[in-house]
Design a binder for this molecule. Structure first.
Ligand code: NAD
Length: 360
């Protein structure tokens, strides 16, 4: 059996961590007698320099043909420049569910024990819709006038405005995904995260929809939390939570918080799932200060590859690869600096150790 996967190495530390994941997948595939054909494609600044487009048509074509994408992080200029390639890819491929597991592995230093939760983040709407009005623009002025006329509310004329669309369709789809995930993975509880006390329409719709969907899944416990309280609860008693379902922005923030709880971004994988396509990438970004130094942790990307193997139905290979990663972390002899070993090794050396475990 041969699988075709579009590989987008990204930039910053992306090429290093995706190389590790690719090597590990090839090793586990050899062992389980299948193979992966990697179709390497560019996106982000590197693509812009070569093709004048941050998401070249060629990249999108490959992703749509192969349906499975392994991606490294891609730098987004802050405040200026092009919009997030990551967000655009998720929107263009309608990868509506971002699944971010956060689990404490033996060997990883954490203030907590016994945390095993999953953040399911809506990926296509909310403040990430990319609908913004810049300070001083003609459209901004018209919008400010419209809001004054329709709602009697004044917005300062030197404002920039971002629009937060939350739809019933998008909310229902993500909450149903979270309940299906809970049922398939034998999880006991879904918690909906919102700020419906303040945003009564947008977050109110998300919450109301979640409550309706919950009624169709009586076997899974349901509750909701206001996002600020949710953060406090996660920091004080994370072991009480199981599956968290969040609109886009809260999901992004809460999942980084969960990564911190379980030992940092170096061990936090993710999957972006849609009806037709699926993309697998670490939660962390391009960590530019570490780029090219062979020092960051490849675990987040390798565990994202584990999620990919599960997704394509190679469950045994997924389990074995995860086992090899966890063994290396538990031994703590050949791990990167962030896992605080006595003597850290580089990205490649840790990856080679994982492959040694696979090859047994
Ligand atoms: P970041 O996740 O890149 O790095 C923050 C810090 O986390 C690093 O300085 C490092 O200390 C630690 N870290 C990250 N990955 C690690 C790893 N594998 N091993 C060990 N430590 C690790 O966050 P940032 O600096 O805020 O973002 C840098 C760029 O990445 C920005 O342009 C941002 O937009 C982009 N970004 C991209 C994605 C994506 O491609 N999906 C996600 C988040 C951020």
């Amino acid at each position: 059996m041969e699988y075709s996967v579009t590989l987008i190495p990204g930039d910053g530390v992306g090429p290093e961590v995706t190389r590790s994941a690719r090597m590990c997948v090839d090793a586990i595939a050899r062992k389980h007698k299948f193979s992966v054909r990697w179709d390497e494609q560019l996106a982000g600044q590197t693509a812009n320099e070569k093709f004048g487009n941050v998401i070249p048509e060629k990249t999108l074509r490959s992703a749509k043909k192969n349906r499975i994408i392994m991606k490294g992080p891609i730098t987004t200029p802050v405040g200026v420049g092009f919009r997030s390639v990551n967000v655009e890819l998720r929107q263009r491929l309608d990868l509506f569910a971002n699944v971010r597991p956060a689990r404490i592995f033996p060997g990883v230093e954490s203030r907590y024990s016994d945390v095993n939760l999953v953040v399911v983040r809506e990926n296509t709407e909310d403040l990430y819709a990319g609908i913004e009005f810049d300070i001083g623009g003609k459209d901004t002025e018209e919008l400010i006038g419209f809001i004054k006329r329709k709602q009697g509310k004044s917005i300062r004329e030197d404002s920039a405005i971002a629009i937060k669309p939350i739809s019933k369709f998008g909310s229902k789809r993500i909450v149903e995904f979270a309940f299906d995930y809970a049922e398939h993975n034998k999880r006991r509880k879904v918690t909906a995260v919102h700020k419906a006390n303040i945003m009564k329409f947008a977050d109110g719709l998300f919450l109301k929809t979640a409550q309706e969907v919950a009624k169709e899944h009586p076997a899974v416990e349901f509750e909701d939390r206001i996002v600020d309280n949710m953060c406090m609860q996660l920091v004080t008693k994370p072991e009480q939570y199981d599956v968290l379902v969040c609109p886009n922005l809260y999901g992004d923030i809460v999942s980084d918080l969960c990564s911190g709880i379980v030992g940092g971004l170096g061990v936090a994988p993710s999957a972006d799932i849609g009806r037709e396509y699926a993309m697998f990438e670490p939660v962390h970004g391009s960590a530019p200060t570490h780029a090219g130094k062979d020092e960051v942790n490849p675990t987040a990307t390798i565990l994202s590859a584990v999620m990919m193997l599960d997704h394509i139905g190679e469950h045994k290979a997924a389990k074995d690869l995860e086992g090899a990663v966890l063994e290396v972390i538990r031994e703590k002899k050949k791990v990167t600096y962030d896992l605080m070993p006595k003597k850290p090794v580089g990205t490649m050396e840790m990856s080679e150790e994982i492959i040694r475990k696979i090859d047994g």
